[in-house]
Design a binder for this molecule. Structure first.
Ligand code: AMP
Length: 249
């Protein structure tokens, strides 16, 4: 059984990004880039399935600029077996990525595709859902537990007010939430081993996918500053303030 994992190169989670002075986007020059944190969880889950003997091969895929290969090497160091880089210097929006991943799904025929629930740069939370729709596969988003057995994935997913459990017939698409697992640290010997693992490079044209952006960014602005809050002594004072000042009661 093969598992395909989508990994995005995105701004490191610890970086405080700045909006460019012309409001055209976020300034990414000299900014540390890393694997999207939800994708680390996705790779970890796939590798754990392999270590449990349920999966035979883990393939990591990344779409984007040449440096995505660094992200793929990290996935290989965590334990993926091989990697596919779909190289493009275009801005790749979720629909374009979903189409590229669909082409790889058609080619590789994985039993399970694991993606992050969202990329922390665009926060779109769209690619997994779009891929499932394009490929005609069942999906379970925001997974906090995945059990694979008897041609099915039983997925506990985080929903408002608790957890929902879904049973999906494989092949299926799963997107990860934070509580699914805690990704391992990559060790130096594994980083060295990862350098020798196979990494294939393709271009969107090789897959017959048009990645032209469909959405145009008009302006990117910092959120307006919030004024400082106040502490109230007790519930009575809070209710009075909500009535008299905020006028919401
Ligand atoms: P998004 O819909 O942009 O929030 O991304 C959701 C998930 O889709 C990410 O966590 C990745 O697993 C996957 N994904 C998005 N963009 C890419 C990309 N350029 N390359 C590989 N995977 C991606």
């Amino acid at each position: 059984m093969k598992v395909l994992v989508a990994v995005k190169r995105s701004v490191d989670a610890n970086v405080k990004v700045r909006v460019k002075s012309d409001y055209s986007g976020v300034d990414l020059s000299n900014v540390k880039m890393s694997m999207n944190p939800f994708d680390e969880i996705a790779v970890e889950e796939a590798v754990r399935l392999k270590e449990a003997g349920i999966v035979s091969e883990v393939i990591a895929v990344s779409c984007g600029v040449a440096q995505c290969q660094e992200t793929l090497r990290t996935a290989l160091a965590i334990g993926a077996d091989r990697a596919v880089h779909i190289e493009s210097s275009e801005e790749l929006q979720p629909l374009a990525v979903a189409k590229l991943l669909k082409a790889i799904v058609d080619k590789e025929q994985p039993s399970l595709v694991i993606l992050g629930k969202q990329a922390i740069d665009d926060d779109s939370n769209q690619t997994g859902q779009m891929l499932a729709a394009l490929a005609g596969l069942p999906q379970a988003t925001f997974a906090s537990k995945v059990v694979v057995a008897d041609g099915k994935a039983t997925v506990s997913r985080e929903v408002d007010g608790g957890t929902e459990t879904l049973s999906l017939k494989l092949p299926a698409v799963v997107t990860t939430d934070l509580r699914l697992n805690e990704p391992r640290y990559v060790t130096l010997p594994n980083i060295m081993k990862a350098k020798k693992k196979p990494l294939e490079t393709l271009r969107p044209e090789d897959l017959g996918v048009d990645v032209t952006p469909r959405l145009r960014t008009l302006k990117v602005r910092e959120p307006s500053k919030r004024s400082a809050g106040v502490k109230v002594a007790d519930v009575k004072t809070l209710v009075e303030k909500l009535k008299a000042e905020a006028k919401v009661l």
